[in-house]
Design a binder for this molecule. Sequence first.
Ligand code: PMP
Length: 367
Amino acid sequence: MTAIDDLPVRAELRGTSPYGAPQLDVAVRLNTNENPYPLPEPLVRRIAERVTEAARHLNRYPDRDATELRTELARYLSRTAGHEVGTANVWAANGSNEVIQQLLQTFGGPGRTAIGFEPSYSMHGLISRGTGTGWISGPRRADFTIDTDAAAHAIAEHRPDVVFVCSPNNPTGTAVGPETVLRLYEAAQAAKPSMLVVDEAYGEFSHRPSLLPLIEGRPRLVLTRTMSKAFGAAGLRLGYLAADPAVVDAVQLVRLPYHLSAVTQATALAALEHTDTLLQYVEQLKQERDRLVSELTALGCEVTGSDANFVQFGRFPDAHAAWGRLLAAGVLVRDNGVPGFLRVSTGTPAENDAFLDAVRALKKESN
Ligand code: PMP
C-alpha cells in the first residue's frame, strides 16, 4: 500500500496529521463550539426559496464579488458592532478559515512569518504552515490573558509579517480590550510594518464591545468573523472580514475565481434576513455560558472566565483521562492539549445539565 511519505509531499507537511476534532456519535456533543440550536423553521423555508431561485441560474458562475452578500454583511456589522462599514470594507469566503488562508496567502508565504499568542486557535499556525508561512508561538500568561508587554516584545524581536490576536480566544475564552490591540498594532507597525488580524469568530458572545471600530484609520488591521457560531450556520461555511478597502482588493489577488458558490451566497443572504431571531439565541447562549462558569466553579473546578460560547475548565491531573471519562458518560467535550484543562461548548440547557452531572460524578469519583 502506498503511504503519504511515498509521495513527493512538501517536507514541512511530512509527519503531520490533518486538523479535526473527533466526529463521534455521542448523545451530548459539546466539542466544536457549534450553536446547539437548529435554524428556525421560517428561516429554513426562506433558505429553500432563495436556493430554489439560485438553482435556476446554476448554469452560470456566481457573482464573483459577492456584492449583495458583502453589502448585507456590512449592514449587519454596522448595526451590531459599533462602527459603520460599507461593501468595500467587507470580504467573504467559505468559512473564516478560508478568509485566514487568503490573508496568509496574501501577506504571509515562503520567507515570511506569522505570530499568535498561545494557547490559541491552532488553525492560525496550521494555515500558516499550509501557506508556507513560518509560525512563531508567542507568549500568554499562566492565567491565559495576553501580557501586552511580553507580546509587544515578541513582535519587536521576531518582526513577523502577520500578527494574530484571537479575541475572544479559542480555546481559553479570554478577550482583550482595544488598548491591547492598539499597543500590538503599534508594535507591529514599528517592527515591519505588518498586518494585525483580530479573529473575532466569537465576537457576538462577548461581554465586551466588538473591536471593529479599531479598523478606522488603520489600513493594516483586519477583523475576521464567521456565520458558524452566532448565526448557528457552521454547515453553511461562511466567514468574512472587515478592513480597509485596500485589504479587500489585496485578498482578491489570491482568491479562486467564483470561490463562493451561488448556493452559499443565497443561503447566507437568507440567514442575514433573520438576524434578529438568531441573535436572540445568542442571548440565551450567553446566559447558559455564564451559568456553566458559575456552576463549574461551584463544583470546585478552576474555570477561565469566558467571553465566548464555550468554557475552559480544569484543573485535571490528566486532562485526557478526564476527557475519556466524560465521553464514557455520554458527553463529548474537547481536549485542546492545554495541560490540565478541557473545553466545553455551550449547549441547550438540557445538554448543559447532562454535562454538569457528568462533571459532578467525575469529581465525586476522584475525591
Ligand atoms: N476562528 C476561530 C477562533 C475559531 O474557533 C474557528 C472555528 N472553530 C474559526 C476561526 C473558523 O470558523 P469557520 O471556518 O467555521 O468560519
